[in-house]
Design a protein around this ligand. Sequence first.
Ligand code: GLU
Ligand code: ZN
Length: 302
Amino acid sequence: MSLQRPEHRQRFAPSRTGPLHLGHAFSALTAWDAARLAGGHFLLRIEDIDQSRARPAWEAQILDDLAWLGLAWPEPVLRQSSRGRVYADALRVLWARGLLYPCTCTRRDIAAALSAPQEGASTLAPATGPDGLLYPGTCRQKTDRSQALERPERVTLRLDTAAAVAWLTAHRDLGQSALLCFEDTGTRPGRQRIALSSLPDRIGDIVLARQGMGTSYHLAVVLDDAHQRVSHVTRGEDLFDATAIHVLLQALLDLPTPRYHHHRLIRDAGGKRLAKRDDARAIAVYRGDGATPSDIRRLVGL
Ligand code: GLU
Ligand code: ZN
């Protein structure tokens, strides 16, 4: 047995859909500080699967701002847009197990199906999960899943979460019929126990590939964290609920579950969360006004 401590690897994974703002800087600096403290590594990944919203110009500014903050990372940077093959392979594996199905519903179809009166249904508001409204399952039985999956990048694919739970129960040796993940520090420290039976109602049939994108955020983040051998995921508390999805996908795809650290969100003076397009708090604006990297650290409470 080796007594070597496992490598500590952190990552920051910005989407290039807007400028780096105070909230991103806080996230990146928190991950960076944790990596430094542990004598580990800090990695960068550009999340650019959504080509319709991603702008290459933002990327240069984001990288420049991060370097200005004093961060450094190994080159070349991992880009999700270069990983289509890996995402497609994972989709094929899940498809071959009968765990995916194509969905042709629009947002409006889903809202309409959920608001249609159902016999015996309560009048409570429709349930929501990490991705918003829980999918009502309209397309679940529409496709013969024994067919080959042609051109996964052309369709929207959902995970049949109940079938995935049944598959895990039959094929993986999971004590207590639950998935576990750990948070060392952060806003929710401790062990999170995710009962398998709770997952269908908790996350619903999540989208794993969006038409024209060949993946979804959830599938890409799980495959990329594993590829970059990320041991510690540091990110905002807004993604806490999505972690149940990620831990489920890791179990299905036989990938390790990193440790998580969800941090508080940076809010504006009115207490509102900073939005992606909150250009007023873009690091570039502070830089232009003569702020130093230490000023930024102080502004976010580090
Ligand atoms: N690209 C995501 C974002 O900008 C990061 C998600 C994550 O850290 O898992 O919010
Ligand atoms: Zn559908």
